[in-house]
Write a protein that binds this ligand. Structure first.
Ligand SMILES: C[S@@+](CC[C@H](N)C(=O)[O-])C[C@H]1O[C@@H](n2cnc3c(N)ncnc32)[C@H](O)[C@@H]1O
Length: 247
Protein backbone atom coordinates (compact mmCIF):
# COMPACT_ATOMS: atom_id res chain seq x y z
CA UNK A 1 0.00 0.00 0.00
CA UNK A 2 1.24 3.51 -0.77
CA UNK A 3 1.80 6.13 1.93
CA UNK A 4 -1.40 7.86 0.83
CA UNK A 5 -3.44 4.65 1.04
CA UNK A 6 -2.10 4.20 4.59
CA UNK A 7 -2.60 7.81 5.70
CA UNK A 8 -6.17 7.65 7.06
CA UNK A 9 -5.49 6.05 10.46
CA UNK A 10 -3.68 9.19 11.65
CA UNK A 11 -7.04 11.00 11.65
CA UNK A 12 -9.38 8.07 12.36
CA UNK A 13 -11.56 9.85 14.96
CA UNK A 14 -11.94 13.01 12.89
CA UNK A 15 -12.50 10.88 9.77
CA UNK A 16 -15.42 9.12 11.40
CA UNK A 17 -16.92 12.36 12.77
CA UNK A 18 -16.60 14.50 9.65
CA UNK A 19 -16.68 12.34 6.50
CA UNK A 20 -20.08 11.90 4.82
CA UNK A 21 -21.79 8.51 5.12
CA UNK A 22 -23.37 7.28 1.87
CA UNK A 23 -26.72 8.81 0.90
CA UNK A 24 -29.12 6.07 2.19
CA UNK A 25 -31.02 5.70 -1.13
CA UNK A 26 -27.71 4.71 -2.77
CA UNK A 27 -27.73 1.42 -0.83
CA UNK A 28 -31.05 0.26 -2.20
CA UNK A 29 -29.78 -1.28 -5.48
CA UNK A 30 -26.71 -2.78 -3.86
CA UNK A 31 -28.11 -5.14 -1.26
CA UNK A 32 -30.46 -7.85 -2.56
CA UNK A 33 -32.33 -8.15 0.79
CA UNK A 34 -31.88 -7.26 4.46
CA UNK A 35 -30.80 -10.85 5.25
CA UNK A 36 -28.09 -10.84 2.53
CA UNK A 37 -24.49 -11.48 3.63
CA UNK A 38 -22.59 -8.27 2.85
CA UNK A 39 -18.85 -7.57 2.87
CA UNK A 40 -17.89 -3.94 3.59
CA UNK A 41 -14.42 -3.97 2.02
CA UNK A 42 -11.91 -1.28 3.13
CA UNK A 43 -14.49 -0.46 5.78
CA UNK A 44 -12.44 2.31 7.44
CA UNK A 45 -14.19 3.49 10.60
CA UNK A 46 -17.45 1.82 9.57
CA UNK A 47 -19.46 4.63 7.98
CA UNK A 48 -20.91 2.21 5.40
CA UNK A 49 -21.32 -0.70 7.85
CA UNK A 50 -23.39 1.54 10.13
CA UNK A 51 -25.43 2.82 7.17
CA UNK A 52 -26.18 -0.78 6.21
CA UNK A 53 -27.26 -1.56 9.78
CA UNK A 54 -29.48 1.53 9.73
CA UNK A 55 -31.40 0.18 6.69
CA UNK A 56 -31.83 -3.20 8.41
CA UNK A 57 -28.98 -5.29 6.95
CA UNK A 58 -27.94 -7.63 9.77
CA UNK A 59 -25.20 -9.84 8.26
CA UNK A 60 -22.26 -7.49 7.60
CA UNK A 61 -18.58 -8.33 7.82
CA UNK A 62 -16.15 -5.40 7.72
CA UNK A 63 -12.61 -5.89 6.38
CA UNK A 64 -10.05 -3.11 6.88
CA UNK A 65 -6.21 -3.17 6.94
CA UNK A 66 -5.52 -0.12 9.13
CA UNK A 67 -5.40 -0.83 12.90
CA UNK A 68 -6.47 2.70 13.94
CA UNK A 69 -9.43 2.77 11.52
CA UNK A 70 -10.49 -0.72 12.66
CA UNK A 71 -10.28 0.32 16.33
CA UNK A 72 -12.75 3.18 15.74
CA UNK A 73 -14.99 0.85 13.73
CA UNK A 74 -15.14 -1.71 16.55
CA UNK A 75 -15.68 0.95 19.23
CA UNK A 76 -18.52 2.67 17.35
CA UNK A 77 -20.20 -0.45 15.96
CA UNK A 78 -20.60 -2.84 18.91
CA UNK A 79 -21.42 -6.32 17.68
CA UNK A 80 -20.00 -5.73 14.20
CA UNK A 81 -17.88 -8.54 12.72
CA UNK A 82 -14.55 -6.86 11.95
CA UNK A 83 -11.53 -8.52 10.29
CA UNK A 84 -8.04 -7.33 9.37
CA UNK A 85 -7.40 -7.79 5.67
CA UNK A 86 -6.98 -6.16 2.29
CA UNK A 87 -8.88 -6.18 -0.98
CA UNK A 88 -6.04 -8.19 -2.51
CA UNK A 89 -6.21 -10.85 0.23
CA UNK A 90 -9.75 -11.07 1.63
CA UNK A 91 -10.00 -13.25 4.77
CA UNK A 92 -13.26 -14.97 3.72
CA UNK A 93 -14.09 -18.33 2.09
CA UNK A 94 -15.02 -18.77 -1.59
CA UNK A 95 -18.62 -17.87 -2.57
CA UNK A 96 -19.51 -16.74 0.96
CA UNK A 97 -21.22 -13.34 0.45
CA UNK A 98 -24.12 -11.92 -1.57
CA UNK A 99 -22.64 -8.43 -1.98
CA UNK A 100 -19.19 -6.84 -1.81
CA UNK A 101 -19.36 -3.08 -1.24
CA UNK A 102 -16.36 -0.74 -1.16
CA UNK A 103 -16.90 2.91 -0.26
CA UNK A 104 -14.37 5.55 -1.34
CA UNK A 105 -11.74 2.84 -1.66
CA UNK A 106 -11.64 1.13 -5.07
CA UNK A 107 -9.01 3.63 -6.28
CA UNK A 108 -6.61 2.37 -3.57
CA UNK A 109 -6.82 -1.28 -4.67
CA UNK A 110 -4.68 -3.24 -7.13
CA UNK A 111 -7.53 -3.73 -9.63
CA UNK A 112 -6.35 -7.13 -10.95
CA UNK A 113 -5.76 -8.76 -7.56
CA UNK A 114 -8.81 -7.13 -5.93
CA UNK A 115 -11.16 -8.10 -8.78
CA UNK A 116 -10.00 -11.73 -8.58
CA UNK A 117 -10.50 -11.79 -4.80
CA UNK A 118 -13.91 -10.13 -4.97
CA UNK A 119 -15.01 -12.60 -7.66
CA UNK A 120 -13.79 -15.46 -5.42
CA UNK A 121 -15.76 -14.46 -2.30
CA UNK A 122 -18.97 -13.42 -4.16
CA UNK A 123 -21.67 -15.97 -4.87
CA UNK A 124 -22.77 -16.15 -8.55
CA UNK A 125 -25.46 -13.48 -9.03
CA UNK A 126 -23.98 -11.44 -6.15
CA UNK A 127 -23.44 -7.69 -6.43
CA UNK A 128 -20.21 -5.70 -6.54
CA UNK A 129 -21.03 -2.13 -5.50
CA UNK A 130 -18.43 0.63 -5.54
CA UNK A 131 -19.41 3.90 -3.89
CA UNK A 132 -17.87 7.33 -3.51
CA UNK A 133 -19.40 9.96 -1.23
CA UNK A 134 -18.16 13.53 -1.62
CA UNK A 135 -19.04 17.21 -1.38
CA UNK A 136 -20.66 18.01 -4.74
CA UNK A 137 -18.30 19.94 -7.05
CA UNK A 138 -21.22 20.97 -9.28
CA UNK A 139 -21.74 23.75 -6.72
CA UNK A 140 -19.19 26.56 -7.31
CA UNK A 141 -18.00 27.15 -3.74
CA UNK A 142 -17.61 23.39 -3.20
CA UNK A 143 -15.49 23.09 -6.35
CA UNK A 144 -13.25 25.82 -4.88
CA UNK A 145 -13.22 24.04 -1.51
CA UNK A 146 -12.12 20.83 -3.22
CA UNK A 147 -9.30 22.70 -4.97
CA UNK A 148 -8.13 24.00 -1.58
CA UNK A 149 -8.21 20.39 -0.33
CA UNK A 150 -6.21 19.30 -3.42
CA UNK A 151 -8.97 16.85 -4.38
CA UNK A 152 -7.69 17.06 -7.95
CA UNK A 153 -4.47 15.25 -7.02
CA UNK A 154 -4.28 11.44 -7.31
CA UNK A 155 -6.39 9.48 -4.80
CA UNK A 156 -9.90 9.32 -6.28
CA UNK A 157 -9.19 12.15 -8.77
CA UNK A 158 -8.86 9.90 -11.87
CA UNK A 159 -12.11 8.06 -11.10
CA UNK A 160 -13.90 11.38 -10.48
CA UNK A 161 -12.58 12.68 -13.84
CA UNK A 162 -13.86 9.52 -15.59
CA UNK A 163 -17.36 10.17 -14.17
CA UNK A 164 -17.08 7.06 -11.95
CA UNK A 165 -17.01 4.83 -15.03
CA UNK A 166 -15.19 1.88 -13.47
CA UNK A 167 -13.47 -0.56 -15.82
CA UNK A 168 -12.79 -4.01 -14.43
CA UNK A 169 -9.81 -5.92 -15.82
CA UNK A 170 -10.51 -7.73 -19.14
CA UNK A 171 -12.16 -11.11 -18.65
CA UNK A 172 -13.40 -10.36 -15.11
CA UNK A 173 -16.47 -12.55 -14.40
CA UNK A 174 -18.97 -9.70 -14.07
CA UNK A 175 -21.85 -8.39 -16.17
CA UNK A 176 -21.86 -4.81 -17.48
CA UNK A 177 -21.53 -2.01 -14.90
CA UNK A 178 -24.14 0.69 -14.33
CA UNK A 179 -23.67 4.03 -12.54
CA UNK A 180 -25.97 6.36 -10.62
CA UNK A 181 -25.51 9.47 -8.50
CA UNK A 182 -27.61 10.26 -5.41
CA UNK A 183 -27.60 13.71 -3.77
CA UNK A 184 -28.40 15.04 -0.32
CA UNK A 185 -27.45 18.22 1.57
CA UNK A 186 -26.34 18.26 5.22
CA UNK A 187 -25.90 21.12 7.70
CA UNK A 188 -22.38 21.27 9.13
CA UNK A 189 -20.51 23.74 11.35
CA UNK A 190 -18.13 25.85 9.22
CA UNK A 191 -15.22 24.63 11.37
CA UNK A 192 -16.19 21.02 10.62
CA UNK A 193 -16.27 21.66 6.87
CA UNK A 194 -12.70 22.98 7.17
CA UNK A 195 -11.81 19.98 9.37
CA UNK A 196 -13.30 17.54 6.85
CA UNK A 197 -10.68 18.58 4.28
CA UNK A 198 -8.03 17.43 6.73
CA UNK A 199 -9.31 13.82 6.51
CA UNK A 200 -8.42 13.44 2.80
CA UNK A 201 -5.14 11.75 1.89
CA UNK A 202 -4.11 14.74 -0.23
CA UNK A 203 -4.07 16.87 2.95
CA UNK A 204 -3.21 14.17 5.54
CA UNK A 205 0.15 13.60 3.87
CA UNK A 206 1.14 17.32 3.97
CA UNK A 207 3.44 18.80 6.67
CA UNK A 208 1.53 20.20 9.70
CA UNK A 209 1.97 23.88 8.71
CA UNK A 210 0.50 23.22 5.24
CA UNK A 211 -2.44 21.29 6.75
CA UNK A 212 -3.16 24.30 8.99
CA UNK A 213 -2.99 26.58 5.94
CA UNK A 214 -5.55 24.40 4.11
CA UNK A 215 -7.95 24.68 7.07
CA UNK A 216 -7.43 28.47 7.24
CA UNK A 217 -8.10 28.90 3.52
CA UNK A 218 -11.25 26.74 3.81
CA UNK A 219 -12.57 28.87 6.72
CA UNK A 220 -11.88 32.02 4.72
CA UNK A 221 -13.65 30.62 1.62
CA UNK A 222 -16.75 29.66 3.62
CA UNK A 223 -16.92 33.09 5.27
CA UNK A 224 -16.57 34.86 1.86
CA UNK A 225 -18.67 32.60 -0.37
CA UNK A 226 -21.30 31.09 1.95
CA UNK A 227 -21.42 33.49 4.88
CA UNK A 228 -23.44 31.28 7.23
CA UNK A 229 -22.54 29.01 10.11
CA UNK A 230 -23.75 26.25 10.06
CA UNK A 231 -23.29 25.68 6.33
CA UNK A 232 -25.64 23.65 4.11
CA UNK A 233 -23.18 21.34 2.32
CA UNK A 234 -24.34 19.56 -0.85
CA UNK A 235 -23.13 15.94 -0.84
CA UNK A 236 -23.39 13.22 -3.48
CA UNK A 237 -22.86 9.47 -3.50
CA UNK A 238 -21.80 7.98 -6.86
CA UNK A 239 -22.48 4.25 -7.19
CA UNK A 240 -21.15 1.76 -9.73
CA UNK A 241 -22.72 -1.69 -9.69
CA UNK A 242 -22.07 -5.00 -11.52
CA UNK A 243 -23.32 -8.56 -10.99
CA UNK A 244 -21.04 -11.58 -10.53
CA UNK A 245 -21.56 -13.93 -13.48
CA UNK A 246 -22.29 -17.63 -12.97
CA UNK A 247 -19.39 -19.98 -13.81
C1 LIG B 1 -11.11 6.86 2.12
S1 LIG B 1 -11.07 5.52 3.24
C2 LIG B 1 -12.72 4.83 3.06
C3 LIG B 1 -13.18 4.13 4.33
C4 LIG B 1 -14.64 3.71 4.35
N1 LIG B 1 -14.94 2.74 3.32
C5 LIG B 1 -15.54 4.92 4.21
O1 LIG B 1 -16.36 4.97 3.29
O2 LIG B 1 -15.44 5.84 5.04
C6 LIG B 1 -10.09 4.34 2.39
C7 LIG B 1 -9.86 3.10 3.23
O3 LIG B 1 -9.27 2.11 2.40
C8 LIG B 1 -8.34 1.39 3.18
N2 LIG B 1 -7.42 0.76 2.23
C9 LIG B 1 -6.39 1.31 1.55
N3 LIG B 1 -5.82 0.40 0.75
C10 LIG B 1 -6.53 -0.77 0.89
C11 LIG B 1 -6.44 -2.07 0.32
N4 LIG B 1 -5.51 -2.36 -0.60
N5 LIG B 1 -7.33 -3.01 0.73
C12 LIG B 1 -8.28 -2.71 1.63
N6 LIG B 1 -8.40 -1.49 2.20
C13 LIG B 1 -7.55 -0.54 1.83
C14 LIG B 1 -7.71 2.46 4.06
O4 LIG B 1 -7.06 1.90 5.19
C15 LIG B 1 -8.92 3.30 4.41
O5 LIG B 1 -9.56 2.86 5.59
Amino acid sequence: MTARARSFGAAAQEYDRLRPAPVPEALRDLVPSTDAAVLDLAAGTGLLSRSLAAVGVTDVVAVEPDDAMRAVLSARSPGARVLAGTAEDIPLPDASVDAVLAASAWHWFDPDAATAEIARVLRPGGVLGLLWSFADPDVDWVAELRRIGRADQQGSAPIVRSGFAVELPPGAPFGPGTSRVFRRSTWMAAEDVAGMLGTYSSVLTLPADERAEVAERARDLIARRVGTDPVLVPFATAVWRAVRASE
